[in-house]
Design a binder for this molecule. Structure first.
Ligand code: GLN
Length: 205
């Protein structure tokens, strides 16, 4: 694929930084705000921000169902922080009416690091990179169950912070805020590249 089309969910949160990173890597990055914009994508980014707000906007803009269907059909996804919450089957410490897309068989706890708003992990070791990555964590969630179903790429203090599951790359940190594009590059090469090499599965409905 010479120039993959990657949608970036642009309802709220750090979507501009993801668009910039993807463009630097030669992808065509498309802000997604309506159901029609999901068709024809080679991948999608679910950014960090506020999962409760993003959930409400996904429903209001009628994106929840088409996005879920496309992800089930195998659309590659890079989910960061709040994006991981949107994909989890179960959210703990969410709002009573908070919904998710239920793509990843995990339970996540929101704001699991307590009051600490932001932290940096300069030496984040990720198994797909030869040198450490600058990790930016902002009110990050923690995966509390279902980790055994995931391929874990990196751990901080015994907690997984980077994981793959099928077509999804899930990160509890913000690679788009570090100015280092190696994680986006890995997503394009491995997740988007693998999907391009195999025909899309049909969703079972
Ligand atoms: N705490 C936020 C939430 O629950 C996630 C934070 C982030 O995406 N940086 O949605």
């Amino acid at each position: 694929m010479s120039r993959p089309r990657i949608g970036v969910l642009a309802l709220q949160g750090a979507f501009r930084e993801h668009i910039a990173a993807l463009e630097r890597l030669g992808a065509d990055a498309i802000p997604v705000r309506s159901p029609e914009e999901i068709a024809g994508l080679d991948g999608v980014v679910l950014p960090g921000g506020e999962s409760t707000t993003m959930d409400k906007l996904l429903r209001r803009f009628q994106l929840q169902v088409p996005l879920r269907d496309s992800l089930r059909e195998g659309l590659p996804a890079l989910a960061t922080c709040a994006g991981v919450i949107l994909l989890a089957e179960e959210v703990r410490d969410g709002l009573p009416d908070q919904e998710t897309l239920g793509i990843l068989p995990i339970a996540v706890r929101r704001n699991a690091y307590g009051r600490q708003p932001e932290s940096f992990e300069d030496g984040l070791e990720l198994d797909f990179l030869d040198a450490p990555f600058p990790g930016v964590f902002i009110r990050a969630p923690v995966v509390e169950s279902g980790v055994e179903t995931m391929e874990v790429h990196g751990v901080v203090d015994g907690r997984p912070v980077a994981m793959s599951h099928g077509n999804v790359l899930a990160l509890t940190f913000h690679p788009e805020l570090s100015g280092d594009d190696r994680v986006h590059e890995f997503f394009l090469e491995r997740h988007v590249g693998a999907a391009a090499a195999t025909p899309r599965r049909q969703a079972s409905r």
